[in-house]
Design a protein around this ligand. Structure first.
Ligand code: S3P
Length: 172
């Protein structure tokens, strides 16, 4: 199996946007775990959280990740922000390819996501505080899961794609 290029990071880090751009620029297939889950479940992510609960969503994440072993590799894989939280998932991610963490600050998350819907973990009041809490819990986990980190604050998507290309040069 060829190595994949895997993008991890918090909600709003640009995993999907950067993944799409990179895949288009280098003619690679793009895989988005949230999209695979939505197709498998036949429901949106907010619906899965509401009707089945977060734990079921997390099971879907592990399931779709395992299914990627059956693919040829050589793809750009963008994963949901909470997927690397499970130790098992982190292990699988590193077996699937080169794992890059797109790191952004609390303020960037807030500025990008305020007013948006569709992310159950940030629904309701005090979203800004939830972002700060979740990100400080998760940052060490993302750092542990990744082979390399890109600081994705205040950079254009094109500049981030260029940095990624330098990191991924050996495997793609
Ligand atoms: C989640 C991130 C979301 C989505 C779900 C849970 C999380 O994906 O998987 O809402 O736990 O951080 P994005 O990171 O693409 O927003």
């Amino acid at each position: 199996m060829k190595q994949n290029l895997i993008l991890i990071g918090f909600m709003g880090a640009g995993k999907t946007t950067i993944g799409k751009l990179f895949a288009k620029q280098y003619g690679l297939p793009l895989v988005d775990t949230d999209q695979l889950i939505t197709e498998k479940a036949g429901m949106t992510i907010p619906e899965i959280f509401e009707y089945r609960g977060e734990e079921v969503f997390r099971q879907y994440e592990t399931q779709v990740l395992k299914e990627l072993f059956a693919e040829n590799g050589g793809a750009v894989i963008s994963v949901g922000g909470g997927l690397p939280l499970r130790e098992e998932n982190r292990r699988i991610l590193r077996q699937l390819g080169l794992v890059i963490y797109l790191d952004i600050t609390n303020d960037t998350v807030w500025n990008r996501l305020r007013g948006q819907t569709g992310r159950p973990l940030l629904e309701g009041e005090h979203a800004e505080q939830k972002i700060a809490e979740l990100l400080s819990l998760r940052r060490p986990i993302y750092e542990q899961a990744a082979h390399q980190t890109i600081c994705a604050d205040a950079k254009s998507p094109a500049a981030i794609v260029e940095e990624l290309r330098e990191m991924a040069g050996d495997i793609l």
